[in-house]
Design a protein around this ligand. Sequence first.
Ligand code: URA
Length: 433
Amino acid sequence: MRMVDIIHKKRMGEALTEDEIRFVVNGTTDGSIPDYQLTALCMAIVFQSMNDEETALLTRYMAESGDQIDLSEFGDLSVDKHSTGGVGDKTTLILAPLVAACGGIVAKMSGRGLGHTGGTIDKLESIPGFQTKETIGMFLKQSREVGVTVVGQTKELAPADRRLYVLRDVTATVEAIPLIVSSIMSKKLAAGAHSIVLDVTVGSGAFMKTVEEATVLAEKMVTIGRACGRNMSALITNMDEPLGHAVGNALVVQEAIGVLKGEVQGDLKEVCLALAGEMLSLCLKIPPEKGRAMAEETLESGAAYKKFKEWITAQGGDVRFAEDPSLFPEAAFSRVIRSPKSGYIEKMNAERIGNVAGQLGAGRRQKGDDIDFAAGIYLYAKTGDHVKKGEPLAKLFTEHEESLDDAEAAYLDALSWSRKRPEPEPIVYKIIH
Ligand code: URA
């Protein structure tokens, strides 16, 4: 078999056979197919797409390209959640202990920040001592004993995706539904959970810009997961403005603790309850409304916060930070941005706000860069709020004083204004069971 013929076939819009897809995935994993041929094939897929059968085969062979975690001892109780990315997203920090406190087993592998979006592992590492690398034996032991473990993805988890993703990121071939579906689902399938809830985000801070596009993506992922024997559902959620009020790493952990302690309400809590309802529905086999009510009670009783502290301790984190978030060190420099005018905030471009957080030091410029855990943004006002000229809009935090002027200008540029109160947008657009 020759890679050039496979590229030509896809370029002409023909479907690839199982043998051809297996050849591509094997050659991606063992390095025998060079970068230029892989990227040519990805570009052909961007233009000609893949049918459902090809996408399912690509996903399956990518999932099988490396380690596959065996969580079968937990049966359907093992439950995972995946978000397609966002700004200010801290749902895993809340959902993992919340669902575990309700009886689910959240044994999960999470990623680091990518582009303007943040990553759960970077956020967790802002808790002093917290370990995100564990042997598989420790991962399973902690999941049995505490019900919740969140670690970084190992190099051996879907290595074919790892190689392809890096190439797609720099060749403008990320945005193709078969490639996104196979990339996400190969990792989720290899990570082993029997029940999987997908949070497919839509809007200015997400890869998907319309509910229609997000629905197609979500339905394909749900279909593939089910075909591989997993319990699946997906929520299409709003990421047209940052989720909650904090963007960054330590700031985000502090806000998540606020939700767990019952001190923070609003969009973040709403999304978490909807996601928790679905996760509990799949893993405990109960109706989603019952799952949501159970999650609400567990938050209110303090049991989820107690489980959070147990989890942080089990992974080596200093639990005093969970008890008193004011212990997190503040960044050396901060600035309050004041409103240049009076009016309603009509829109907040979440991608641009994510990039401002990156400029302040909360993200990486290059692979392997260190991030500043204390850097980020606290949003005082969000879409639909009325602000008077001179009132605080947001506070910037950084270790680099020289970044503040540009960051302030870019933040203000990310907002649009209106004299009329904009119609509120739903937080959850739809649920695909
Ligand atoms: N997240 C992934 O893991 N893969 C993609 O292709 C897009 C988002």
